[in-house]
Write a protein of this length. Sequence first.
Length: 117
Amino acid sequence: QVQLVESGGGLVQAGGSRRLSCVASGVTIRSNTMGWFRQAPGKEREYVGSIDWIGVNTDYADSVKGRFSISRDNAKNTVYLQMNSLKPEDTAVYFCARRGVNEYDVWGQGTQVTVSS
């Protein structure tokens, strides 16, 4: 069974940093674009960013551009989200997802990040 498991969430002060990890099991993700998304309380899930299969090209939402970065280690079947200069509005559950042919088809269960002011 394909499974994505996020970790690294927690409580952090505004201005601080946090690195999230997403480990794939049951299948390799090395041929897939991987994305990060987040969902804040009472809000819809939103796109954070993505990285191509080889780790060369990345894309970010305007709200996180310049503060967040995505990387991957295909040998470890792992994708990372480095979050710097965190703001209270970054508080959300963060999800990683695998990009299939036409959509993100496998999702993790999410990890909570709470940024205190």
